[in-house]
Design a protein. Structure first.
Length: 201
């Protein structure tokens, strides 16, 4: 089995103006596609071809850097597309209650998440994860993610994530990563985040 580029669950224009169509098209059809191609090349003829991307991430220390970088890239982008939407939605009552209890409420959560996203030096991701039944905010460098056994300071089941690589925002926002991080909240698919949260408990 080889990995495939998933279809986006919406049009490239769906997240305008917060995420522009040109960026979405290049991000999906070029960047994500390259991670898939390079991952398939890196695992060709190995037992990893029989595994899911989640299983590969969980034991990533067994693999060469090309699998860590491109397997992480494939998992992270496949995840990212699902938690975005051009259709407004709200967190479920259960997720909202957990954000209040674990993170001090929605405003404090967004502030903490945006701080994680804007202060991640270079390229990486900000995450909202569930670990031992509790929500937490953290970030990873490059294409690492909270499933990976090599990650020690940001573990758990991801329920929301934000790509802060320049390729995710530079065409529209140039160097203004904070503006991109603020705009992100307009296109969060809270229905999907809530579903992932409840599945992770
Ligand atoms: Mn990206």
């Amino acid at each position: 089995m080889s990995f495939e580029l998933p279809k986006l669950p919406y049009e490239y224009t769906a997240l305008e103006p917060h995420m522009d169509a040109r960026t979405m098209e290049i991000h999906h059809s070029k960047h994500h596609n390259a991670y898939v191609t390079n991952l398939n090349n890196a695992i060709a003829g190995t037992d990893a071809e029989k595994l899911t991307i989640e299983e590969i991430c969980k034991h990533i220390s067994k693999y060469p850097a090309a699998v860590r970088n491109n397997g992480g890239g494939h998992y992270n982008h496949s995840f990212f597309w699902t938690i975005l939407s051009g259709t407004p939605s709200s967190p479920s009552a259960k997720l909202e209650a957990a954000i209040n209890a674990d993170l001090g409420g929605m405003d404090k959560f967004k502030e903490e998440f945006n701080k994680a996203a804007t202060t991640r030096f270079g390229s990486g991701w900000a995450w909202l994860c569930v670990e031992n039944g509790k929500l937490k905010v953290c970030s990873t460098p490059n294409q690492d993610n909270p499933l990976m056994d090599v990650v020690t300071d940001c573990n758990g089941t991801p329920v929301l994530g934000l790509d802060v690589w320049e390729h995710a925002y530079y065409l529209h926002y140039q160097n203004r990563r904070p503006d991109y991080c603020t705009a992100f909240w307009n296109v969060v698919n809270w229905a999907e985040v809530s579903r992932r949260f409840e599945a992770a408990l």
